[in-house]
Design a protein around this ligand. Structure first.
Ligand code: NI
Length: 135
């Protein structure tokens, strides 16, 4: 990051959100709000840059789902086969009687990986699905 002079700007938010933010800052160990905001802004910008559609990136999709949901396991496998060129590997963990956690390691154009991630997110029985990428 550049070492240019710091510029101040005002931010408005609800009292409730600010309280939650202060608690977050506290738990994360930031010294002040500015430090936390800078970090968050950098993070968001980096993620945004890395997920521009034609960029080739590597990353992972974390998916948490109920394997008792009818057809869900087959649907997840079918989708992964459709994207076999972009999937480097998958690890499956049986979290408890109902829930599975799967980590899919992916590589390819960000736009494609987003499509893959979205097609998993919308399946019935998927409780959480998140794509994370690095350049
Ligand atoms: Ni399982």
């Amino acid at each position: 990051m550049s070492t240019s002079r710091l510029t101040r700007f005002g931010v408005s938010m609800s009292e409730e959100l600010l309280q939650e933010f202060d608690q977050f800052i506290n738990e994360k160990g930031y010294n002040n709000r500015s430090e936390a905001v800078r970090d968050l802004v950098r993070d968001v910008i980096v993620q945004h840059e890395w997920t521009k559609d034609d960029q080739v990136v590597a990353g992972s999709i974390l998916i948490f789902y109920d394997h008792h949901q009818k057809n869900l396991v087959n649907e997840i496998i079918d989708i992964q086969h459709n994207y076999h060129d972009h999937i480097l590997g998958t690890s499956h963990y049986h979290i408890d009687h109902h829930n599975c956690l799967e980590i899919i390691i992916v590589k390819g154009q960000a736009g494609l990986l987003k499509k893959l991630s979205n097609s998993l997110t919308i399946l019935k029985g998927v409780k959480y699905c998140k794509l994370t990428v690095s350049p």
